[in-house]
Ligand binder design. Structure first.
Ligand SMILES: Cc1cc2nc3c(=O)[nH]c(=O)nc-3n(C[C@H](O)[C@H](O)[C@H](O)COP(=O)(O)OP(=O)(O)OC[C@H]3O[C@@H](n4cnc5c(N)ncnc54)[C@H](O)[C@@H]3O)c2cc1C
Length: 478
């Protein structure tokens, strides 16, 4: 879906801007030729825009200079970190009037404070560097997703992920933030405190703000002892209706040791297998099941180290004996995670696909899936429901694939209509239209339709206060 550039943005003297940026930030911090900018202009969904330039400040002080410069030239700024976001908010539009400000060079990591269970890091630190740094100190950041985002982007989009049921979203793991506002003001809230009840908590404004209120430059993260025992299994529920009972049984026995309960529809599994030949065929010669759940139990306590795996295996066998589950696989834990991670990557390659990131009270997830299945069967019989998601926290990556042989029956307008119908169904079931990916150009119209007017007004008032000239971020939601 191509999107019109925002032509309300003022024309600026781009050559003068770039020359001044090089003077202020140094030539190595300013990219302006198309080849160097290309990586920052294209997002993980393959959508491209054109940037006026890419700025790569290496410190908070340089970010302040960059923001003041953009203010002086009245240039719009799109903050970017790992560029793995899924709502089109991390890359510029096609106007070539927006600057991408990438925080990737701000990637310093301080030593881990093991006693306080915290670490202070730059916004450009990628997960693939943070985890080894923490693990060396016996700690862990409980976000493992099928992409490699940076801390700043994760905070700005308030990442969820597969362990949310135990550890919460990124918001629950942020102790402190440093951010730079559109006019260059530094908001220093870099505290390493778990209790700090001193009025409005300003750092919360930046969490989930999608780059619209300021550029996050540093953060203090709450971290956790690295689990010493992890037990993963793949469960096939006897029927879809058995899912809540399976979840409740595992919660009743293991409480907070249950870190993962990830649902995968049979069609999502089939899609991953068809896309990636190297994936281990976990179900052998048997049919791909209608639904499977990746379960993980983990503990960092010595107390459980020896007994957890045997107990979990026995519990899963009981669930099969009692006919709540048809199968429980436990032999290849790494392969279960590879399958789970392959699903979003394979669905992103589908030619015609709608991917909605929705959530519900988990008590309504089963009835919603039944309703959406019925809706597709009766009104769009060619469409294939290939959803997957974080069942334990009510999340569903509601993915609908149009098979290639039906593509001509689904021109762009038809896809838009189907998308609107699905969002209306989500709203009718009391769900959220954006569970964990945030708001951006891809779902901005849904925000206008489904977020209450008072909420939109409050967002607008906060935006007006922090970015009165409205130059920050792609999301126009605020
Ligand atoms: C295969 C795949 C699987 C994924 N799985 C999950 C998942 O399970 N759960 C989940 O929640 N997400 C998932 N995502 C989405 C994505 O990884 C997350 O949204 C991630 O947090 C984005 O971080 P990033 O560093 O890539 O940010 P970017 O994509 O660079 O930016 C995301 C948003 O944050 C803003 N931003 C970036 N940096 C800053 C900054 N320093 N200051 C202010 N604003 C900033 C941008 O303007 C943009 O609006 C997945 C993505 C992919 C491709």
């Amino acid at each position: 879906m191509s999107e019109r550039p925002n032509t309300n943005q003022p024309r600026i003297d781009s050559q003068a801007f770039i020359a001044r940026a090089r003077e202020v930030l140094g030539a190595e911090a300013v990219l302006a030729d198309p080849a160097s900018c290309a990586n920052y202009e294209r997002d993980s969904l393959g959508r491209s825009g054109r940037a006026l330039a890419v700025l790569l400040p290496a410190s908070t002080a340089q970010t302040v200079e960059a923001m003041k410069l953009c203010a002086a030239f009245n240039v719009a700024v799109v903050p970017q970190a790992g560029n793995t976001g899924l709502v089109g908010a991390s890359t510029p539009d096609e106007s070539a009037r927006q600057v991408v400000l990438s925080v990737r060079r701000m990637d310093l990591m301080e030593g881990v404070d093991v006693l306080n269970r915290s670490v202070s890091v730059g916004a450009g630190v990628r997960m693939s560097r943070l985890q080894p740094h923490l693990i060396e100190a016996g700690m862990w950041f409980p976000f493992e997703i099928a992409a490699d985002p940076c801390v700043g982007g994760m905070i700005a989009s308030n990442t969820g992920g597969s362990h949310l049921t135990r550890y919460g979203d990124v918001r629950a793991s942020v102790l402190g933030i440093e951010a730079v506002l559109a006019d260059g003001t530094v908001v220093d809230s870099l505290k390493a405190l778990r209790k700090d009840n001193t009025g409005f908590d300003c750092k919360q404004l930046f969490i989930g703000s999608g780059g619209t209120l300021g550029v996050i430059t540093r953060a203090v993260l709450a971290v956790h002892p690295k689990p010493m025992t992890r037990v993963s299994a793949l469960l096939v529920p006897r029927s879809h209706d058995a899912l809540p009972a399976l979840l409740q049984r595992l919660e009743a026995r293991y409480g907070e040791l249950l870190t993962t309960f990830e649902g995968m529809s049979g069609e999502a599994i089939r899609h991953a297998y068809n896309t990636f030949a190297h994936l281990h065929r976990l179900f052998g010669d048997a049919q791909i099941p209608h639904y499977a759940v990746l379960v993980e139990l983990a503990s960092s306590c010595e107390f459980y180290a020896e007994s957890l795996a045997a107990d979990v295996h026995a519990s899963l066998a009981r669930l099969v004996d009692e006919s709540l589950a048809a199968t429980a696989l436990t032999a290849d834990p790494d392969e279960y995670w590879k399958l789970r991670d392959a699903i979003p990557l394979s669905l992103m390659k589908a030619r015609q696909v709608l991917s909605l990131d929705v959530s519900f009270p988990r008590s309504r997830l089963v009835s919603f899936r039944a309703a959406v299945g019925e809706f597709l069967r009766t009104q769009h019989p060619q469409a294939v429901l290939a959803d997957f998601g974080h069942f334990a926290d009510g999340g569903d990556h509601l993915t609908v694939v149009i098979p290639d042989h039906c593509a001509t029956r689904y021109p762009p307008l038809m896809m838009l209509r189907l998308r609107g119908q699905l969002y209306d169904l989500v709203a009718a079931h009391g769900g959220s239209y954006s569970a964990e990916h945030g708001i951006g150009p891809l779902n901005e119209s849904v925000y206008r339709r489904h977020s209450p007017p008072v909420t939109q007004r409050l967002h607008g008032a906060i935006k007006q206060m922090l970015d009165p000239t409205r130059r920050l971020g792609r999301g126009r939601f605020a």
